[in-house]
Design a protein around this ligand. Structure first.
Ligand code: GLY
Length: 289
């Protein structure tokens, strides 16, 4: 556990949901795999933005997780995905909503960082993906077994910059064109070098109505990462539903809170010899700062 500023830290989540006991090791292993890929980038001096995108891409390719390949279907039986990336150094944010037919929505969102609009949805998002040459989805992709989840990642790099990313297939059976909290700044994610970063999972309408990411960022400086995460889950009582939050402070300390039965998570950091992963916040409790 760090005693002062961490050189780099990266936290990944694979969604707030119930995970059958026999599947938990697999979910934890997926998060650990993503944390290793992102952590290796940070260890080599790479940027937080590159690390969060790379970690989320790993989860988008694993069919257990409701993002990318494993995305659930909407009411019409189609996959429509939301994703976002936020840079805590510049406060640039890129998002896509209800995007179809791409393998890595998070990378389309990453490309949006260079554009003036912060969010493109539906056909506009798909056209932008085509314009940048985004990789198409595999036609035989396997939907996730359902439940309410999203994947996300937050990181602090060796230069002290933070970033956040999220990606989701949204809620199973959702209305066509519905966009959840994941690409909405201040709702499903936020990153600001002066305070820290957060990414959330859970019922998007409840998270957005409570502006949970914004409340976490406001709470971080005075309260620390764990208390800020816990305060967001308490605030969720106003709007109901299940959610989980991963939170990083500007020094690289982290905290995790959720009211779902499980929340698959992993952490990689310069002060750990390898990523640590689990399916409940308590599994990583000894590493919180
Ligand atoms: N948190 C994911 C969604 O509600 O779409």
């Amino acid at each position: 556990m760090p005693t002062n500023k961490s050189a780099w830290t990266l936290v990944v989540h694979g969604g707030a949901r119930s995970i059958p006991r026999q599947d938990r090791a697999r979910f934890a292993a997926g998060c650990a795999q993503a944390a290793k890929v992102g952590g290796d980038i940070l260890a080599q001096g790479g940027s937080a933005i590159d690390a969060v995108e790379a970690a989320v891409r790993v989860l988008e390719d694993l069919p257990d997780f409701n993002a990318g390949t494993g995305s659930v279907r909407n009411a019409a039986g189609n996959v429509e995905m939301d994703a976002a990336v936020m840079d805590g150094h510049t406060l640039a944010i890129g998002g896509v909503g209800a995007i179809r037919e791409v393998r890595h929505p998070v990378s389309v969102a990453r490309a949006m960082l260079d554009e003036t609009p912060i969010l493109l949805v539906g056909e506009g998002a798909r056209q932008f993906a085509t314009h940048i040459g985004a990789e198409p989805a595999d036609a035989g992709s396997i939907p996730s077994p359902g439940g309410c989840d999203t994947v996300g990642c937050i990181a602090r790099d060796q230069a002290g910059h933070v970033a956040a990313a999220g990606s989701t297939g949204g809620l199973e059976g959702k209305m066509v064109g519905r966009v959840g909290d994941t690409p909405l700044p201040g709702c499903g994610l936020y990153a600001d070098d002066s305070a820290g970063a957060t990414a959330l999972s859970g019922e998007g309408e409840s998270i957005a109505r409570g502006m949970l990411a914004a409340h976490i960022l406001f709470a971080l400086p005075g309260n620390g990462a764990l208390a800020a995460a816990q305060m967001a889950i308490t605030r969720l009582e106003r709007t109901g539903g299940e959610a989980g939050a991963i939170v990083l402070d500007s020094d690289g300390g982290f905290g995790i809170a959720h009211n779902s039965a499980q929340f698959s998570v992993a952490v990689a950091a310069d002060w750990l010899d390898a990523p640590r992963a689990g399916t409940h916040a308590d599994d990583l409790r000894e590493w919180y700062t």
